[in-house]
Every structure is written in C-alpha cells, then in structure tokens.
Design a protein around this ligand. Structure first.
Ligand SMILES: Nc1ncnc2c1ncn2[C@@H]1O[C@H](COP(=O)(O)OP(=O)(O)OP(=O)(O)O)[C@@H](O)[C@H]1O
Length: 267
C-alpha cells in the first residue's frame, strides 16, 4: 500500500502553512519527517491521514484520493497516533486499546476471540500488560502514550502515522518503541524531533522548513552539518555510517568542531 502527497498546499486563517509538498512512502518503508517547531509536520500528518483537505494538490492512498474515501475505510488502512491525543472518558487501559478494533467491527462482524487476541498482543508489545486493568486517568503520560501506540497496532493498519510518538517516553521506551515500529514490517511515517532517532531507525528522512520539504533521502544524505545549521541553527558534527545512516553530535554554541579523524566515514 502506498501513500503519497502530490504538490499539496494547505492554509488556515489566510496563512499558508504547507507549500507545494510532495512525498511518497512505499510499502514496508519507515519514513521520518523532521523539522523545527512550526515547520508543518503535524499539519502534513493530518493531511496524510485524511483529517484535513489540502487547498490544492492531492493525497493518494493506493492511487485513490483520500478525501473521497470514507472514515472507516481509511481507518482500516491507516492508523494515526496524534501528538496530543487524549480521552476524558473514564475507561480502562485495555478498553482504550480495544477502540482500535472499531473500524473492523460491524453488524456482521461482532467482537470475537480474535479481537481479544489482537488487543492482548498489542498491549504486550508496548509492555503494558500489567497495567491493562488500570483506569486511564491514573496512568502516567508515558504509559498513556504507549497505549496510544497499542491502540494503533490493534487497528492492524497497513500504514502507521505517528506524530512525535516518543513524547513523554524515557530513553529506553523511546528506543523500544521505534524498534517495535520497525519490527512490525508496516509502512510507517513518523514526525520525529530527535534527529538521531530518525538517522537510526528511518529508511528515509524528509526535512521540513517553513511549510516545505527542503530535502529528502537517506538519513546521511539529508542530515548534513550544513542543513542542521541552516534549518535548526545548531552546529553539529555528523559521523557517517554505512547503509545511509549517520550519527549527529551537537555542539554547544561557541564550542569547537570535533577533530576530523573522529568523523571519517565508516563503511
Ligand atoms: N488550526 C490552525 N490555526 C492557525 N495556525 C495553525 C493551525 N494549525 C497549525 N497552525 C500553524 O501552522 C504552523 C505549522 O504547525 P504544525 O503543528 O504543523 O508544525 P509542527 O512542525 O508539527 O510543529 P511542532 O514541532 O511544534 O509540533 C505553525 O506555525 C502553527 O502555529
């Protein structure tokens, strides 16, 4: 299943937010979207998920315009984990994950033992089995975030859209979550703030700035010292690794560059 944005622009309140954005994600690929605050990552994710309509251009899901598809049809194929997803309802952790099965249920497909098994596995995958009976409002921010991911996995989408999925998570759970996404062999698109996470886990990275995609490609093609300085205003030393990967070491303002021998290419 492919998802593509073709020359998409979006504006709100007379202000242009996304400008002529084109990208596509191919089956099985993990695409990272990075960029400074306000560069348009969340806006792009909501267009890809069909929550917003572009002012011009099109979003295509397997060649079909997303805006022409029904919500349930989209939800069977795409799961979105939003940045500030919340629920005020008094529900258990497990119930929150069960909601992921909603697009697959209907008058002729009632809840079954298979749905239970899918929900159990999703909860296990995010390490929340012991807290499954707890009420939502008693959970920490990180625990809730892991359940949002479990809800999306229980949805069994072909495409997973994640808006800053590592928010609220400690470093162990951040790495665990991104590894879990990779293991799912899903097509995934994640807006990420941590450039090293993008460089470590994503097959390709799209860099946004001012509502545009200014570069896309393998992590080490996109996350260069010049672009990190130009787009984020931060000096950094980038160490190149094999298979398109790299590692970024940020410099405090005014501190010297690392000695070059440390930066030699590792193949
Ligand atoms: N509904 C809205 N009304 C007005 N402005 C909006 C609206 N939605 C987004 N914007 C503006 O669009 C720009 C892009 O916002 P968006 O949330 O897409 O950026 P982002 O890259 O996800 O930022 P962050 O990293 O801070 O989450 C911001 O300047 C934001 O204030």
């Amino acid at each position: 299943m492919t998802l593509a944005a073709c020359n998409v622009s979006w504006s709100t309140g007379g202000v242009s937010i996304l400008r002529d954005v084109s990208l596509d994600v191919v089956p099985g690929e993990f695409l990272g979207i990075v960029g400074p605050n306000g560069s348009g990552k969340t806006s792009l994710m909501s267009l890809l998920a069909g929550l917003r309509r572009p002012r011009s251009g099109r979003v295509l899901l397997d060649g079909d315009a997303v805006e022409k598809l029904g919500r349930k049809d989209i939800a069977r194929r795409i799961a979105l984990v939003e940045q500030q997803a919340e629920t005020s309802e008094r529900i258990s952790a497990r119930r929150a994950v069960e909601l992921g099965r909603t697009p697959h249920l209907g008058p002729f497909t009632p809840w079954s033992a298979r749905d239970d098994a899918i929900v159990d596995e999703a909860i296990r995958n995010v390490g929340m089995a012991e807290l499954a009976a707890r009420l939502w409002h008693t959970l920490s921010g990180g625990e809730r975030q892991r359940l949002h991911i479990a809800r999306a996995l229980a949805q069994q989408p072909q495409i997973l859209l994640l808006d800053e999925p590592t928010n609220h998570l400690d470093v162990g759970h951040q790495i665990g979550l991104l590894h879990l996404v990779r293991q799912q062999k899903l097509t995934a698109v994640a807006a990420l703030h941590d450039l090293n996470h993008a460089a470590t886990f994503c097959d390709r990275v799209a860099l946004m700035s001012g509502g545009r995609i200014v570069a896309s490609g393998r992590p080490n093609e996109v996350l260069t010292e010049e672009r990190i300085r130009g787009v984020f205003g931060v000096d950094a030393d980038v160490e190149f690794h094999g298979e398109g990967r790299c590692h970024i070491r940020y410099r405090a303002p005014g501190s010297p560059a690392a000695e070059r021998p440390m930066l030699k290419r590792i193949s």
